[in-house]
Design a protein. Structure first.
Length: 368
């Protein structure tokens, strides 16, 4: 079965009218949207596999990496040889970097090939990986707002939707206090500050945050590869630490956990090399007694990839990150939803759900 075509589909899905978000690398504050990049791989037998790359405002870079570097390596190759093909791509392209746009591009191709593998076997991906549970717990991952009253409103909306756990993307303890007050004591609350602080700043902020009963403090230290600083913070701050979404290689995950820097490790299937590489994190984490909670800040094949891997390899501590954005549409349409804080693992062949073609047509983004 030969790879005959690799196509990229950049999308820009706006937030619903009236939604605002704080300035970030995700989106233009003046016209907030969730930009994504889908990949469709077609074989000579007509099978189609869908992948997704982490992108947001970096979508043009990732598209270029796929179109000009990775797709030419894949065309004419055996679609069933996923591990060998992805290893070759990484080896031949490592001179251009081992992370960032290139890693995101490799991730999308790998996810698409696993989708084809499942469709070929007429089995869901989680079964190819050794089994799987029927459903998984989710936490709602909110946008960044900065405004306390908007945070209060979003927390209320999320709790009313049935989520028992939610994650903020805020940096001010006063805003976190409002969220805890609105959520009440029984809702799990996580905080992701996206590498906002030096070690000294993180230690001071952790003291201010300790009373809020956070399940974890995510990526508190910059730069993200400062594992020694992260470990020092973990030993002293009294709040469990989570990190890993910005790591692209297995060796870096091993270093992170060797430093005893985290309680929760967060491999991202659309950033670190896809399903093939993500699967390798779980046994390492198990030997270090570290819980795996995938970074799945997507709503397309990247999310599905994380769900399938977690369903097959996760433990009772594994939760799925559900991007709780108020968008005009979602990549998968209405085919995947959360009820009472849990998501049903798709049982169809491959990833189980293809992107909604109407959404692709309506929100296609033209790039140079």
């Amino acid at each position: 079965m030969i790879i005959a075509k690799v196509e990229t589909f950049p999308l820009r899905i706006p937030f619903k009218p009236g939604h605002t978000t704080a300035a970030s690398a995700w989106s233009d504050q003046n016209a907030p949207s969730a930009d994504s990049l889908l990949v469709r791989i077609t074989t000579d037998e007509g099978l189609e596999g869908w992948g997704e790359a982490f992108g947001f405002r970096a979508v043009p870079l990732v598209k270029l990496a796929i179109d000009d570097l990775i797709a030419p390596l894949c065309l004419g190759r055996d679609a069933t040889q996923i591990t060998a093909l992805m290893l070759e791509a990484q080896q031949r392209l490592h001179i251009f970097g081992r992370s960032g746009a290139l890693a995101y591009a490799v991730s999308a191709i790998d996810i698409g090939l696993w989708d084809i593998a499942g469709k070929t076997a007429n089995a869901p991906v989680h079964r190819l990986l050794g089994g799987g549970v029927a459903d998984l717990p989710c936490y709602a991952s909110l946008s960044a707002y900065a405004d306390p009253e908007q945070v209060r409103a979003e927390v209320r909306r999320t709790v009313e939707a049935g989520f028992g756990a939610l994650k903020l993307h805020e940096t001010e303890p006063t805003v976190v206090a409002v969220a805890r007050e609105e959520a009440g004591p029984d809702i799990e609350l996580m905080l992701d500050v996206n590498c906002a602080w030096t070690l000294d700043q993180a230690q001071a902020s952790a003291r201010a945050l300790r009373s809020f009963g956070l399940k974890w403090l995510e990526e508190p230290v910059r730069p993200p590869e400062n594992y020694d600083g992260l470990a020092r913070l973990r030993r002293s701050c009294g709040i469990p630490i989570a990190a890993g979404e910005n790591i692209s290689t297995l060796m870096e995950f091993d270093r992170l956990m060797t430093h005893e820097a985290v309680d929760f490790v967060q491999p991202s299937p659309a950033k670190m090399g896809g399903i093939t590489e993500m699967c390798k994190v779980f046994p390492i984490a198990a030997t270090r007694n570290v819980a795996v909670t995938p970074h799945t800040f997507y709503d397309g094949p990247g999310l599905l990839a994380g769900i399938h891997v977690a369903a097959a390899l996760g433990t009772v501590d594994t939760q799925i990150e559900w991007r709780n954005f108020d968008l005009e549409a979602h990549v998968l349409g209405d085919a995947l939803v959360v009820n009472d804080g849990r998501v049903v693992v798709p049982q169809g062949a491959g990833l189980g759900i293809d992107p909604d073609p109407d959404v692709i047509r309506r929100y296609a983004r033209k790039l140079p």
